[in-house]
Design a protein around this ligand. Structure first.
Ligand SMILES: [Zn+2]
Length: 118
């Protein structure tokens, strides 16, 4: 194989055509690679902030939920990202097993984990 291999590519960031020396190169220049990286970092940060703000606004700590063994209806809805109505429907149809505890409905988190990992 020749070491002078050249691969015509399109820069993922600026969409300009360029010639790559390896098949894994995605950017035309170091500048584009840096900018793309920063953009990705910013998006990830923004998403994290938005999520945290949402959970703070509803008064629920997501980390706390993830360590709990049993969850309330409200916490289950948040964890699954579904509405209260949908959750009750799942419970009624037997898709999600729930427990009655002193008039309160609680759901074992392990059940949800197995549902999510299907
Ligand atoms: Zn570029």
């Amino acid at each position: 194989m020749s070491s002078k291999i050249t691969i015509p590519k399109i820069c993922t960031f600026c969409k300009e055509g360029f010639v790559a020396k390896t098949t894994v190169t995605k950017f035309c220049s170091h500048k584009c690679a840096c900018r793309a990286y920063k953009l990705r970092e910013r998006d990830a940060k923004l998403e994290k902030v938005q999520k945290t703000e949402y959970f703070n606004s509803v008064g629920i700590d997501m980390k706390h939920i993830q360590t709990k063994e049993f969850l309330s209806i409200k916490e289950t809805c948040l964890l699954l990202g579904i509405s209260r109505m949908s959750l009750y429907r799942y419970i009624k149809s037997g898709n999600i097993l729930s427990l009655q505890l002193g008039g309160r409905v609680i759901i074992k988190r392990a059940i949800l984990d197995s549902l999510l990992n299907k």
